[in-house]
Ligand binder design. Sequence first.
Ligand code: ZN
Length: 276
Amino acid sequence: MIQDIFPHKFDNSFCNRQPEDSDFALYYTKEGALLKWAGSEPELLSFAELETDCRREAEYLFSIDGKGFFLLHNAPVIKEEFKFVPLSYFRTMECGWQAFAGITGSQLWRWENSRQYCGRCGAKMVPGTTERSRCCPACGLVEYPKICPAVIVAVTDGDKLLMVQNVRSTASRYVLIAGYVEIGETFEETVRREVLEEVGLHVKNIRYYKSQPWSFSDTLMIGCTAQLDGSPEMTLQESEIAHARWFRRDEIPDTSKLISIGSEMIEKFRMENEKS
Ligand SMILES: [Zn+2]
């Protein structure tokens, strides 16, 4: 999955530090992330490649293997080999740890951009000095990074796996049922509600699988498995689900790049030996 960057080590502990030449600079706009073309594969920018002025307002975000990643609030001088790439590029970037850093930084950039002013009193927010936060100096409101929990569930019925095509998805592939956790809900309750809402089925034996930070949508995915409870006949929520069907193992296509928890769960089911 995208966060599995071993043997590289991600360290998100909060600290205030200044950039050095070998640290990385993350700069984002509506066009995406600014990367450097070195040969055929783009790379993240290091401070050695940028003018020294960039360091003054650079904000430390996190480290990988001791190298810092800093958010630039002002545009650097754009050299010929620098280009913006859409954030979706990080789904396929060859270098996994750079892809993870690039997309994780984008979540913090989006959050900071949307918390420029206090939502309660309208004063200008400032970065926290002791923890990763945005603080209002006028009324004291403190905001933390936006992380939205969502469940994703592999519903099985014997040797069959339930997958759906979402109405709004641009890709035609089938995926697992997923949905955001609502206020007052446990993860298990979200699983039951989402499956019932989207395909009209009841489930039992809900089990936690793994979780995954999914910065493309500011989400923390909570992967679960569940078994069909009762009839397999479905009633689709037409506003959300275009198609839904039960797949036998041998009907599921091989997924080579398993960057998402959903693709890993599908592949895990596909590779399991059929249980009686
Ligand atoms: Zn305020």
